[in-house]
Design a protein around this ligand. Structure first.
Ligand SMILES: Cc1ncc(COP(=O)(O)O)c(C=O)c1O
Length: 364
């Protein structure tokens, strides 16, 4: 019996999410494993979101509001745009996939930076498109002039991840303005800003200016990171009404569940939780920087809630040895950085535990 699949997905690797923590604890015979691998918020969701989740639980017999009416209304107020300029997705990850489904014909080109979030390339490949991966500048950052030079008449989309995962690097307003100048409005520029709320640099490029200028752009944000709702899967896009209406053609009718919508709405009311998460992240970042500096270990300065570290050793082995001490980080082999790991900034207690475990690898 044949089990044929589309040629363009034959080389795609399924996402390896790893085993649940409880199972790892059981297998390895250790307790209190901490996960610093997926850039989640270690403080958890806002208590207001938890309350909203409880309140919504009794309504699960009803389908969710397929249009995300109230959430789009609230987001529109916050961002000073119209509700029709917002589309809500099952995580911003879903929206990345929907963008390529909406636009890419086989052979179309999409420009991506080397060392940018892996999902763009996968989404392009899934549609039979061609990713033009532009080498990173200064080892880790988007090289915007080189990305601009890579534009051809086949280019349909350019993905810009700012701050970038997994490197934590950022693009300044000046760099972005220079990049945006003269780019044809036939090309959609997608700004993936999953870590927007963690940024501390005043030079960070605000992409909303291009949207207000009516450029062909789409801004992606998520509730998975600072809002602590990764498990619920909810993110959104801000873009022009025509793109929203076309995204609505390709998205599943009830893509965002009822609980996620209620929790996201409630989270937006909890500025204190966002502020606390931001502060904790900034403090944690300084602590880890300081400790790594003292150890003479090189790292990349981050504008996100994670730090890319060049361990000077085999990153997979470092990952394994940290795991044995109950600390899960992300090895970076899939990004072709065999010596690196990416660690999510945790609570101070978690950061200390990570550093203590990490130091042990260099003392033996
Ligand atoms: C840069 C970037 N974009 C998008 C996502 C996907 O986020 P979501 O949970 O909203 O699908 C992630 C998740 O890690 C990310 O790092």
């Amino acid at each position: 019996m044949s089990r044929e699949i589309r040629k363009c997905i034959e080389s795609l690797q399924p996402y390896n999410a790893g085993k649940p923590i409880e199972e790892l604890e059981r297998e390895m015979g250790i307790k209190n494993i901490i996960k610093m691998a997926s850039n989640e918020n270690p403080l958890g969701p806002s208590p207001k979101a938890v309350e909203a989740i409880k309140m919504t639980a009794g309504e699960m017999n009803y389908y969710p509001d397929g249009s995300g009416f109230y959430l789009r209304q609230k987001l529109a107020e916050i961002h000073k745009v119209e509700p029709d300029e917002i589309m809500v997705g099952n995580g911003s990850d879903e929206i990345v996939g929907l963008i390529t489904q909406m636009i890419i014909e086989p052979g179309d080109e999409v420009i991506i930076s080397e060392l940018a979030f892996v999902r763009y390339e996968m989404a392009v490949q899934f549609m039979g498109g061609k990713s033009i991966v532009v080498p990173a500048k200064d080892r880790y950052a988007h090289d915007l002039p080189a990305m601009k030079k890579s534009i051809t008449d086949k280019t349909k989309i350019i993905f810009i991840c700012n701050p970038n995962n997994p490197t934590g690097t950022m693009i300044s307003q000046k760099e972005m303005d220079e990049f945006m100048e003269g780019i044809s409005d036939d090309i959609l520029i997608v700004f993936d800003e999953a870590y927007y709320e963690f940024v501390t640099s005043p030079e960070y490029a605000q992409s909303m200016v291009y949207f207000k200028d009516k450029r062909n752009v789409m801004i992606l944000r998520t509730f998975s990171k600072i809002y602590g709702l990764a498990g619920l899967r909810i993110g959104y896009a801000i873009t022009d009404k025509e793109w929203v209406s076309n995204l609505n053609r390709v998205r599943p009718p009830f893509n965002v569940n009822r609980i996620a919508q209620a929790a996201a709405l409630a989270s937006l009311d909890d500025k204190e939780h966002v502020e606390k998460s931001h502060q904790m992240n900034t403090q944690g970042k300084e602590y880890i920087y300081q400790q790594l500096k003292e150890m003479g270990i090189s790292y990349t300065e981050t504008q996100g809630n994670f730090i890319l570290i060049d361990t000077g050793k085999d990153g997979r082995e470092v990952y394994q040895k940290l795991l044995e001490q109950g600390v899960i980080v992300r090895p970076m082999g899939m990004y072709k950085l065999p010596q690196h790991i990416r660690v999510t900034i945790g609570t101070m207690e978690e950061n200390i535990r990570f550093i203590d475990s990490f130091k042990k690898l260099y003392n033996s």
